[in-house]
Design a protein around this ligand. Structure first.
Ligand code: NAG
Ligand code: NAG
Ligand code: NAG
Ligand code: NAG
Ligand code: NAG
Ligand code: NAG
Ligand code: NAG
Ligand code: FE2
Length: 660
């Protein structure tokens, strides 16, 4: 719902809620085709009935996916066995064991042919995985709509049968293409009549499967608890009683070492409510994290994911990946940071209502992939997948961002769509997480938090210090999180790490979004009340927010007022914080209020993301790029010296005395 744009905080006055709901109604009456709710939730799968038709069929091929691979390719052997002596040993070992080395591609296009003598435009195809989507009992959780023993879980995607063939309703015949990723189970394709709200199962296909459904997949990097530790997290079908997970890694061209990995998963009863606990549930597989420690700064490392089976055989990831280790904190070198929120995922085959749920997501992803050689670290500050309780979507997201997340640290923050659920300890009691209550986010991605259920952390990247807040938990003065934020700001040595960045999912700073403007404070209720004094005292350079799906940049602000009339070249004394909303990475755009404030310098109603480039301790370049073309539409620079940070301004100065 559009309403979740702002959440329903306990303190929010009822009158405001009524007013906002009224606005929402007006918007939907306009007849927008925008999809602002999880498309899978439109399917009343729990009320599906079986109406198999003899003359109807669904056929899917190829039946084995991921087989177009070479069992032994030289490049893999070279990178797996690093170093000159290693190569020789490895050739011997690999040749001996080559038949044991199972590998498989993890993404394929599948062709689905179907025929339905009683065809209509209401017919749709659901993609199910596991393929055997019938069950004798459902995990019923106070969901009166759910019936057993029919179909207990939603498809992982769907499309109308007439997609790509307008004549389908007449001819009853069509051929569709689906892009399928390896999600640890087989697939079937089921034809339903009766539309999404009254589904009748007409026919279902043969079962198809990836060659190795359990393969280690979708590696994602994150900086560990210190600058010289990289964590690699991935997903597989191997629990620890079947295989031992590890990462084989090393400096490119030198001997590889192996580091063990931990294994986590979560269960249906770890979910807080429906649909995550009911029709949206899907087994997440096993999620492994390995800690690559004692890295040298700015060094290229290569790595492969491995599982050692009890019989001594190895299962390897499909390829060797690589990353550059982070710079030493304070080190002067070129450092390039990407930051955005609310990207979500997209469907390259157009499924789920013509891929209209997060319309900018694939463009943003593709821009980042194109520019990956010029990116050092990525921050996705909340509203990651918009799975909203449909757990299968997490695999699809990690697959979509794999070319980015396997190459540079992909650091996330928690948003309402990851965390919020009534009576679950979230600061807002809306239902935006669809019953996930943070569990998939906290398990699927590593973040260097003390406790991943409290999603705040700090991380250093060379000349940057990032203090990442969790807007779904209380941040106000006196809370545990407030203490953390102050500690994060206070503990950074600005002469070495001058670029001090704050980020949170919801707008705790400033936004001209129409919902926030309607409240009159231009931020989340109580958003900046406590934090503003910390940003001021510690001279935070930039605060970033998502949640609002557009782009906006403010002047440097102190006590709600611009302290600098300059718009693009800031220099000298640091006496205000710039606030940036960068929530337009994918989800449907949010409208700005009509009001123009004095502090808002640049607004853009389009999809985009921010890139920051630190050249040295005196020079930072900020750029806002659109996702459709990757070009810069807004930018500014900061040039300054250390004394400009130390300079006494307002209350941001230590006390001085005349004492000798
Ligand atoms: C495998 O490769 C062959 C030849 O390159 C191609 O014709 C076939 O479609 C491929 N199969 C799959 C499943 O991609
Ligand atoms: C589902 O169950 C029904 C009734 O038992 C059966 O006719 C049908 O073949 C089953 N479908 C699948 C995909 O197993
Ligand atoms: C295909 O079916 C959908 C859903 O019933 C309908 O909205 C759409 O107009 C149909 N498209 C064509 C080309 O008939
Ligand atoms: C803030 O610092 C800038 C740059 O040194 C300066 O031009 C401006 O006057 C200062 N503003 C206030 C209110 O001190
Ligand atoms: C606000 O600024 C925009 C862009 O300059 C302009 O188009 C709009 O008319 C202004 N709105 C008001 C209410 O002044
Ligand atoms: C810092 O980088 C900027 C931009 O490349 C350059 O103009 C400047 O000379 C550098 N300053 C120092 C002190 O190296
Ligand atoms: C995605 O990028 C293409 C190519 O630039 C553009 O035509 C399209 O409008 C973009 N999509 C969105 C939703 O912005
Ligand atoms: Fe959000």
């Amino acid at each position: 719902m559009v309403f979740c744009e702002i959440g329903s905080m306990k303190m929010l006055h009822k009158a405001v809620i009524v007013l906002l709901s009224f606005v929402v109604v007006l918007v939907s009456v306009k007849g927008d085709v925008e999809i602002t709710e999880q498309p899978l939730s439109k399917i009343d799968i729990h009320s599906a009935v079986i109406d198999l038709h003899d003359g109807a069929f669904v056929k899917a091929y190829p039946s084995v996916l991921g087989v177009n691979i070479s069992i032994f390719d030289r490049k893999t052997a070279l990178t797996d066995c690093l170093g000159v002596f290693g190569i020789v040993l490895c050739y011997i070992r690999r040749t001996v064991n080559s038949a044991d080395v199972e590998r498989g591609e993890d993404i394929e296009w599948v062709t689905v042919e179907l025929k339905h003598p009683k065809s209509s435009n209401d017919d749709w195809i659901g993609v199910f995985s596991p393929a055997q989507f019938n069950a004798s009992t459902c995990f019923v959780e106070n969901d009166p709509k759910q019936q057993s023993p029919y179909i207990c879980s939603a498809p992982i995607k769907y499309t109308f049968a007439n997609y790509s063939n307008a004549g389908y309703a007449q001819t009853g015949k069509t051929t569709l293409k689906f892009q399928i990723i390896n999600q640890r189970a087989d697939y079937s394709f089921a034809l339903f009549s009766g539309g999404l709200s009254n589904p009748k199962l007409v026919a279902y296909s043969n079962f198809i499967s990836f060659k190795n459904p359990k393969a280690p997949l979708y590696p994602r990097l994150a900086i560990g608890k210190s600058w010289n530790e990289m964590t690699v997290t991935w997903t597989s079908g191997y629990n620890i009683d079947i295989a031992t997970p590890f990462v084989s890694w090393g400096v490119s061209g030198q001997r590889a070492t192996r580091s063990p990995a931990g294994t986590l998963t979560f269960h249906q009863n770890s979910m807080c409510g429906s649909p995550a606990r009911t029709v949206g549930w899907r087994d997440p597989g096993f999620i492994h994290t390995s800690f690559l420690e004692n890295l040298w700064p700015n060094t290229k490392y290569v790595y492969k994911l491995g599982h050692k089976l009890a019989n001594g055989k190895y299962i390897w990831s499909k390829k060797t990946y690589s990353f550059m280790s982070p710079p030493y904190p304070g080190q002067e070198s070129l450092q390039r940071v990407i930051i955005f929120g609310d990207m979500g995922k997209g469907e390259r085959d157009g499924s789920n209502e013509y891929n209209n749920y997060q319309p900018g997501s694939l463009n943003t992803t593709d821009q980042l992939i194109n520019d990956i050689d010029n990116i050092d670290i990525v921050f996705h500050i909340g509203d990651i997948v918009y799975s909203n309780g449909y757990i299968s979507q997490w695999d699809q997201f990690t697959s979509q961002v794999e070319p980015i997340a396997s190459a540079v640290p992909y650091m996330i923050a928690s948003g309402n769509h990851e965390r919020d659920w009534p009576d679950s300890g979230s600061f807002y009691d809306g239902k935006d997480s669809g019953g996930e209550c943070g569990v998939p986010a906290e398990t699927t991605f590593y973040v260097p938090a003390e406790n991943r259920a409290k999603f705040w952390y700090s991380t250093d990247y060379g000349m940057f210090r990032f203090c990442i807040a969790d807007s779904e938990h209380d941040w106000r003065e006196g809370t545990e999180q407030y203490k953390f934020i102050e500690q994060c700001f206070a503990s950074v040595d600005r002469k070495k790490q001058p670029w001090l960045i704050f980020a949170a999912h919801r707008v705790l700073g400033y936004s001209s979004d129409k919902y926030y403007a309607a409240e009159g404070s231009f931020d989340e209720p109580l958003g900046r009340v406590s934090l503003q004094k910390l940003w001021q005292k510690y001279k935070v350079d930039i605060g970033f927010y998502g949640h609002v799906h557009n782009y906006e940049r403010t002047c440097p602000i102190y006590q709600n007022t611009c302290v600098n009339s300059e718009k693009s070249h800031y220099s000298g004394t640091v006496n205000g914080t710039i606030h940036v909303v960068v929530g337009g990475a994918g989800a449907h755009l949010s409208e700005f209020a009509q009001i123009n404030t004095t502090w808002s310098l640049y607004k853009d109603y389009d999809f985009g993301f921010v890139k920051m480039t630190a050249f040295n301790q005196s020079s930072l370049l900020f750029e806002y790029k659109k996702s459709k073309d990757g070009k810069v539409y807004d930018s500014f620079t900061i040039s300054r010296d250390y004394r400009d940070v130390l300079a006494c301004v307002h209350d941001g100065c230590e006390a001085t005395t005349l004492a000798p």
